[in-house]
Design a protein around this ligand. Structure first.
Ligand SMILES: [Zn+2]
Length: 271
């Protein structure tokens, strides 16, 4: 009996919904402060612009004496961790990080010049063997859900001509021209809104003033003790010697013609 009843019920329910004109579907409303706070939670020291959004940042100058405000790492991607081949890693470019001969650069150049299109492709462009620049600023970020400052953070700023890095440089330059403290000043610096809008080809970046001038002591009274003193170390750039680079690259890409590479790609400036 119960079995007979059930399908009949279903049929009437179906009739009801089809009879009524359905309003256009809207995305389910499920905004959560906890989930938003989670996005910028303390245990992650990195902030990036992989998604559209605004980051409120109080940026610091470098604390290692370098007058640039940016930290840059130059990395060769698409490598595997020799201790765990399931884990992707990037090799630090020796040319940039050690001012010495970089084997990964040499192999990227060699590949880029090959007739084999698959190899040539591996040699150039983002995400290939060719080294790619990652530019960071250090600062404290305001969590908009809790209105609290969190830091220190390493903010990975897009460095292309229309990215965030050149806009920060322009702001710094304006402050220099006007002989006034810039946004990185310990006491008189300004909170900036770092903005990404859109995705893909429509992505645009902007840097806006917020009018909030706040001393670092007010942001976090322990900021100086907490701030990263050696950012390269924090970024964990793998500045490995040429022999180790060679080993990692072969382990990561065993199908490349390593005998030919060994014969044609030098292992140092003099070889
Ligand atoms: Zn390199």
């Amino acid at each position: 009996m119960a079995k007979k009843k059930a399908p009949a019920k279903k049929a009437t329910a179906k009739k009801k919904t089809t009879a009524r004109k359905a309003p256009p579907a809207r995305p389910e409303y499920n905004a959560s402060a906890a989930a938003s706070a989670n996005m910028t939670k303390r245990d992650s020291i990195y902030v990036n612009f992989k998604e559209p959004g605004t980051v409120l940042a109080r940026i610091l100058p470098r604390l290692d004496g370098n007058p640039a405000i940016f930290y840059k790492s130059v990395l060769h991607y698409k490598m595997k961790d020799p201790d765990d081949l399931d884990r992707g890693i990037a090799l630090g470019c020796l040319d940039h990080h050690d001012n010495s001969f970089c084997y990964a650069c040499a192999v990227a150049d060699w590949l880029a010049g090959q007739e084999n299109q698959a190899w040539a492709k591996m040699g150039k462009g983002f995400g290939s063997f060719e080294a790619s620049d990652q530019v960071y600023v250090m600062g404290w970020v305001k969590n908009v859900a809790t209105n609290e400052w969190e830091g220190p953070k390493l903010i990975n700023v897009p460095a292309g001509p229309k990215g965030i890095a050149p806009k920060l440089t322009r702001k710094l330059s304006t402050a220099e021209d006007q002989r006034r403290p810039s946004f990185v000043d310990y006491d008189k610096g300004e909170t900036l809104a770092l903005i990404r809008e859109g995705t893909g080809r429509n992505t645009e970046y902007d840097v806006e003033s917020t009018g909030e001038f706040i001393s670092m002591d007010a942001v976090d009274k322990n900021w100086l003790a907490k701030a990263f003193k050696d950012v390269d170390k924090v970024l964990d750039v793998k500045v490995w010697d040429v022999a180790t680079q060679r080993e990692v690259m072969e382990l990561s890409h065993p199908k490349l013609p390593w005998a030919q590479i060994d014969a044609e790609v030098p292992m140092g400036y003099d070889s």
